[in-house]
Write a protein that binds this ligand. Structure first.
Ligand code: ADP
Length: 224
């Protein structure tokens, strides 16, 4: 599903060139669950943003399901992202003053899904994540764990093939974090490819494969 070859991402810091990612090659098959680990500043977010088609790169290649991502226009890239990828972030990135249902329906507004279909799809995914009773509440009335369930529902509502999660349990207590991990792993068992950036060894232990990044390079890549 993901084929990255000799990928580099460079910044200029104080007039000196600096590689946030340096010659990274990586392939991930459909259906895998992968944890990306490494110290702060190692390049994890940069890699995740490139995999998520949110950021560009300077050298190398990236194919997502056989599509050469670098060759796409911004519009085509946005379409690909919207169709294939669900994002779950540590800070949830929800609209706090809007209802749970509205937040989950949001990704479908961009492709003019009929309202009735939006509502029905959002309700279905909220039910799956145990959030039906909360659907009319505003997001700022929810607990952290509930917010992350809503964020997960929003990420899943368009049935993405790839789920990218950046520290999805980072803001949660350990029990709630475990519950969120179980929900992510259930989706993975249903066939969704799962990539999680995490500092947490316990979170990584749930994944089939752990990739460790240091100074912009992959220094470890192992399957359990
Ligand atoms: P991680 O997610 O592992 O903490 P990042 O991918 O966020 O690491 O960052 C990797 C490196 O690239 C860091 O040294 C960071 O300071 C640098 N970096 C990230 N974004 C920029 C930017 N826009 N300009 C300059 N340097 C950046």
């Amino acid at each position: 599903m993901i084929d990255i070859q000799y990928l580099s991402k460079r910044y200029t810091v104080d007039t000196l060139p600096f590689s946030a990612l340096d010659d990274v090659s990586l392939s991930i098959r459909a259906g895998e669950s992968v944890a990306i680990m490494g110290r702060s500043g190692a390049g994890k977010t940069t890699l995740m943003n490139i995999i998520g088609c949110l950021d560009t790169f300077d050298a190398g290649s990236y194919q997502l399901d056989g599509v050469n991502v670098a060759a796409l226009s911004d519009e085509k890239l946005a379409h690909l992202r919207n169709e294939k990828i669900g994002f779950v972030m540590q800070d949830f990135a929800l609209l706090p003053h809007k209802s749970v249902l509205f937040n989950v329906m949001l990704p479908m507004y961009f492709d003019q899904t009929p309202r009735r279909e939006m509502v029905s799809k959002a309700k279905t995914v909220l039910e799956k994540l145990g959030m039906s009773a909360q659907e009319k509440k505003r997001v700022n009335q929810l607990s952290g764990g509930q917010k992350q369930r809503v964020a997960l529902a929003r990420a899943l509502v368009k049935s993405p093939a790839l789920l990218l999660a950046d520290e999805p349990t980072g803001a949660l207590d350990s029990q709630t974090g475990k519950e969120i991990m179980q929900l992510l792993l259930e989706r993975n068992r249903e066939g969704v490819t799962l990539i999680i950036v995490t500092h947490d060894e316990q979170v990584a232990a749930y994944c089939q494969r752990t990739i460790v990044i240091s100074d912009g390079k992959i220094v470890q890549d192992g399957r359990q």
